[in-house]
Design a protein around this ligand. Structure first.
Ligand code: AMP
Ligand code: ZN
Length: 114
């Protein structure tokens, strides 16, 4: 838990969220401002500020986040039509919440990245 981190507060259930998945390592919940019919976030329960702060020990955790997102996509019938996983880092990457998170976006044709 890091003070004043929004996503740490969601992990600790101090702020409500529409949780779609939870285990000992990660949590998945609906994005509060969805950019697609399905827009969910998968976060580590452990606070990691940005992708720049990853260590070698975090490699399996990041793999678990991607696997979790792929399972959530499958449960919501996104596997065949497809979906997008996105992680933003710092200002140029468009990061606004400084606790690492993976966006799962799907349910419509997404436009090209840019
Ligand atoms: P990013 O811009 O990559 O840092 O993404 C942060 C995401 O967190 C945005 O898509 C926001 O809509 C989302 N977000 C912010 N506050 C909340 C919240 N309380 N519950 C769920 N999602 C949130
Ligand atoms: Zn945090």
């Amino acid at each position: 838990m890091t003070d004043n981190c929004l996503f740490c507060k969601i992990v600790n259930k101090q702020i409500p969220a529409q949780i779609v998945y939870e285990d000992e390592l990660v949590m998945g919940f609906k994005d509060i401002s969805p950019q697609a019919p399905i827009h969910q976030l998968v976060i580590p329960k452990q606070h990691i500020t940005t992708l720049n702060d990853l260590t070698a020990e975090d490699r399996s955790l990041l793999g678990h986040m991607v696997f979790t997102a792929s399972q959530l996509a499958a449960e919501q019938a996104l596997s065949a039509p497809g979906y997008r996983l996105v992680m933003n880092c710092n200002q140029d990457g468009g990061q606004t919440v400084f606790h690492v998170h993976l966006h799962l976006l799907g349910g419509r044709q997404l436009t090209h990245l840019g």
